[in-house]
Design a protein around this ligand. Structure first.
Ligand code: NAD
Length: 524
């Protein structure tokens, strides 16, 4: 026992950087090519064993050309990764919280040291503007720092009971967690799941979206360079079928999913069959409510952030922009002027504000929503078309940011999640009316209120049925605060300390310090 403890301490010391928050980590080089292999199991990039399986041709959004070819993982490959994660569990959960936290801190340092390379990979994979990708990847480092920092406080409880008896409530890891991600924030989505899950002592198998397979594997190399043991984090690639195999695998204790509502429902069904816990981060149709006393410039800036970041492909977007009748004209003019100034172009150019839509099929879907809005009587104030770029970018699907006027609540474009750069302007007259209309949706991920009236801001925030309400801003989500949806937008929360409950069991040990009191059951 003593030997075991001192070996652990020694191992910890050997790994420990000189300060709690290392500013410098010497990392091995992260892979910056697109040749694969694309799975990651037992601390190595690898291909699924079945060589005759399907291969996904991943297209680069900016150009439409083939970025990489990724073999799909079948049942055997999924089983191999999950078995590997399961085998890594005992040693990983044995580390102290401080030890695991320290490794996460080092992962943050590896990300910061390799920021340029990781950002480039993310831009090529997603087509989003480079300044946005930089923020996304920096936020991954933030998340590792946050969970690394709080690690030692992920403790249990001592509950004093009658006559000196007490209960100990300890937190235990769930086991192997499966993560399944969407394509709009590939690395951040993975990190929001992986960082808290790992700090709690779980091991992980992640399946990124088939459209953005790259940085989930980069994350594996980041964790490797930080010193996280082989097998703790693994990646399998594939489409829905692979995701289903992962969610249903008997050794998976929990599924953390980010994606659309229909897929989330299916994942929940699959998890239910194995009585597994789920976290579901699903779609949204957020309201952004602008009252007449709001600072209009800030409200316009927020409307841009609520609709046009990542080509509008953001779950928490405020796509239903409710504007008070008295300021509709002024707000609309300012918004349209600002929208026209957005620059569609090469995602790698620093001044580009609108990059490429993820793929043609999705772009056509977004355009079909604009067509349906026109048929239902909307006016297109700006945008509404594909922008054809030239040279190598000619094959990308670049859509003009679009503002629609004369929208009504019953229109398809107002009811359904478009997941593209399309603002629907709606007019309102009073607070009660706008709150009822804002809540009249199956979604409940996020929303915002713009007003200088403090009481109104809080009143409306309290009345909105969604997991996040921004007052006088939009689409900020620091790791420190919980994020997740009401209603069909999801189950559970990511980020903040709230997520710790999602990645741990509590075990209660009740200790009786006196004699057993069983009332009349026992007679001397
Ligand atoms: P999607 O549901 O099509 O796919 C998401 C992931 O699920 C992919 O990895 C896909 O391969 C996998 N998948 C598909 N079928 C599956 C199945 N039967 N079993 C298991 N996995 C399966 O979603 P998408 O198009 O990738 O992403 C867009 C959606 O994600 C939007 O609705 C958006 O709002 C939502 N989203 C939500 C959040 C959030 O935090 N709430 C964040 C990002 C995206």
């Amino acid at each position: 026992m003593h030997l075991e403890v001192s070996l652990r301490v020694l191992r910890c010391l050997l790994r420990a950087p000189p300060t709690a928050t290392p500013s410098h980590v010497t990392s091995r080089s992260l892979t910056t090519t697109f040749t694969g292999p694309w799975n990651y199991v037992r601390g190595q990039r690898c291909n699924p064993a079945t060589v005759d399986g399907r291969v996904i041709k991943v297209l680069e959004p900016a150009t439409g050309g083939v970025l990489c070819e990724v073999p799909t993982s079948d049942a055997a490959a999924v089983d191999d990764a999950v078995t590997c994660a399961h085998a890594a569990l005992p040693a990983w959960r044995q580390l102290s919280l401080r030890e695991r936290g320290r490794l996460l801190m080092r992962a943050a340092a590896v990300i910061r040291e390799n920021l340029h390379d990781i950002v480039n990979l993310e831009v090529r994979d997603t087509g989003k503007p480079i300044w946005e990708a930089r923020l996304d990847i920096e936020s991954c480092a933030d998340a590792f720092e946050f969970y690394g920092g709080i690690a030692p406080s992920v403790a249990g409880q001592h509950v004093p009971l009658a006559n000196g008896s007490f209960a100990l409530v300890v937190r235990e890891p769930l086991g192997v967690v499966a993560g399944i991600g969407a394509w709009n924030f590939p690395m951040q989505t993975a990190v929001w799941k992986v960082a808290p899950a790992l700090v709690c002592g779980n091991t992980f198998v992640y399946k990124p979206s088939q459209f953005t397979p790259v940085t989930a594997v980069t994350l594996a190399e980041v964790l490797r360079d930080a010193g996280v043991p082989d097998g703790v984090y693994n990646v399998v690639q594939g489409e829905g079928e692979t995701g289903g195999l992962l969610a249903r695998h008997p050794l998976v204790a929990k599924v953390s999913f980010t994606g659309s509502v229909p897929t989330g429902v299916q994942v929940m069904r699959d998890a239910a069959a194995g009585v597994k816990a789920v976290t579901l981060e699903l779609g949204g149709k957020g309201p952004l409510i602008v009252f007449p006393d709001a600072c209009l410039v800030n409200a316009v800036k927020a409307a841009l952030m609520a609709n046009f970041l990542s080509q509008g492909q953001v779950c928490s977007n405020g796509t239903r922009v409710f504007v008070h009748r008295s300021i509709l004209g002024e707000f609309t003019d300012k918004l349209v002027t600002a929208t026209r100034k957005l620059k569609i172009g090469n995602p790698f150019d620093d001044d580009t504000t609108v990059g490429a839509t993820i793929h043609e099929e999705h772009a056509r879907k977004v355009l079909s929503y604009i067509d349906s809005a026109k048929r239902e009587g909307c006016r297109v104030l700006c945008g509404g078309e594909r922008e054809l770029l030239t040279g190598p970018l000619a094959g990308g699907w670049y859509l003009q940011p679009t503002v629609l006027a004369d929208c009504t609540d019953s229109m398809k474009v107002v009811q359904e999640e478009v997941f593209g750069s399309v603002v629907a302007l709606l007019v309102f007259d009073d607070e009660e009316e706008v709150v009822a209309r804002a809540n009249n949706t199956d979604y409940g991920l996020a929303g915002a209120v713009f007003t200088k009236d403090l009481q109104r801001g809080h009143r409306v925030s309290a009345a909105l049925q969604c997991g996040t309400v921004w007052v006088n801003t939009y689409n900020l989500y620091p790791t420190e605060v919980p994020f997740g949806g009401y209603k069909h937008s999801g189950v559970g929360r990511e980020c903040g300390t709230a997520v710790i409950d999602a990645y741990t069991h509590t075990k209660t040990t009740y200790v009786e310090m006196g004699d057993v009191d069983c009332g009349p059951l026992y007679q001397d």
